[in-house]
Design a protein around this ligand. Structure first.
Ligand code: DQA
Length: 151
């Protein structure tokens, strides 16, 4: 049984459609496939995960606030809210738990409106561009940060 706090993996709008949504950009893995892979990798590292998705910005804010006490680290793929949400930026700053901005695609190599990340300006670090593997790399980073912080 893992004894430290869990890693929260929070997913924003349209990520529930993974598998069929623009597969040439986002790949064929579904969000359920990604959840399973994250849980397995985390378990190997002695961590549990809490994995959630919402299309609603305020729900993501609520979950970040919940993570303040309950999570060792947060992996956040905020989808399009990455590029627009002052509320997510502020929540990340408020909670003091390390947040790893994570993306399947590499927004910096895409349309100009994706080049700004309000999430990234508050996050501890960013992992992007490796498809579903981005999440597994983020699990590694989150587990390491959690361990370093004695969480
Ligand atoms: C995304 C990148 C965002 O720009 C986009 O709005 C998404 C998915 C990604 O994982 O590559 O919804 O966060």
């Amino acid at each position: 049984m893992p004894d430290g706090k869990p890693i929260y993996v929070l997913n924003g709008p349209n990520l529930n459609l993974l598998g069929t949504r623009e597969p040439e950009i986002y790949g064929r893995a579904t969000l359920a496939d990604i959840e399973k892979a994250c849980a397995e990798r985390a378990q190997q590292l002695g961590r549990a995960i809490v994995f959630r998705q919402s299309n609603v910005e305020g729900e993501l804010v609520n979950w970040l606030q919940e993570a303040r006490d309950k999570a060792a680290a947060v992996i956040l793929n905020a989808g399009a809210y990455t590029h627009t949400s002052v509320a997510l930026h502020d929540a990340i700053k408020a909670i003091g738990v390390p947040v790893i901005e994570t993306h399947l695609s590499n927004p910096a190599a895409r349309e100009e409106f994706r080049h700004v990340s309000l999430v990234g300006q508050a996050a501890r670090g960013v992992i992007a561009g490796f498809g579903a593997t981005s999440y597994l790399l983020a699990i590694e980073a989150a587990a390491l940060l959690a361990q370093q912080q004695g969480q």
